[in-house]
Write a protein that binds this ligand. Sequence first.
Ligand SMILES: Nc1ncnc2c1ncn2[C@@H]1O[C@H](COP(=O)(O)OP(=O)(O)OP(=O)(O)O)[C@@H](O)[C@H]1O
Ligand SMILES: [Mg+2]
Length: 214
Amino acid sequence: MLLLRGLRKTLGERVLFDIDTLAVEKGRAYVLTGVNGAGKSTLLRVLAGLEPASCASISWQGEALRLAPYPACMRTRIVYVHQHPVLFSTSVAHNVAFGLLARGMPKAAAAAEAQAAMEWAGVAHLQASDPAVLSGGEKQRVALARAKVLRPDLLLLDEPTANLDGAAREQVIALIPALIDAGNTVIMACHDRDLINLPGVRRFKLRDGQLEFK
Ligand SMILES: Nc1ncnc2c1ncn2[C@@H]1O[C@H](COP(=O)(O)OP(=O)(O)OP(=O)(O)O)[C@@H](O)[C@H]1O
Ligand SMILES: [Mg+2]
């Protein structure tokens, strides 16, 4: 689905990563590990077009493209979920439906899709709530519903369980196999052993600016 060669990110004099090959297969789930500061979040943001990087060659869905300027066909098909999701201070339901409305989907259809996504994420009972009052785990689940409802080809999750513990963490972890089983292609940056050890998940590791694949 996505093949990048020679993906290089520099910060001033520093080379954060210089990745020979990054290949992502459709319908697979990957974890991206590496020590703090290794560049995991930066790599996901580069893939989502939120940060620039240089790239020798890129192919998306079999089509050879350039990474800069970031292609519109990737912008709508790749969704990045931030570790600390920013939610608008309207209702949860509006947050989840927002992306669909922005894409011009009629209100009733967007509301129905948002309802299904909120049920999937176990936050339907919070749909009228202001996101400001939600717990960290609830916010993370709303963010996952908001991303899933867009039916992205590639979902990039940045530490979906960091800062969560107990039931909140388990509820978020439980959503991930459901995404994988539904055929979503997912890359998760994480340190969480329970996510890393999910069945069928492949592993990328950023180490000293290189990407290892296991
Ligand atoms: N815009 C920027 N300007 C300068 N340095 C940056 C910038 N963005 C990231 N960095 C640096 O790049 C390095 C990688 O950051 P990044 O957030 O990608 O790491 P990470 O692997 O996600 O770490 P963590 O496990 O802590 O989330 C860090 O040293 C960070 O300080
Ligand atoms: Mg990070």
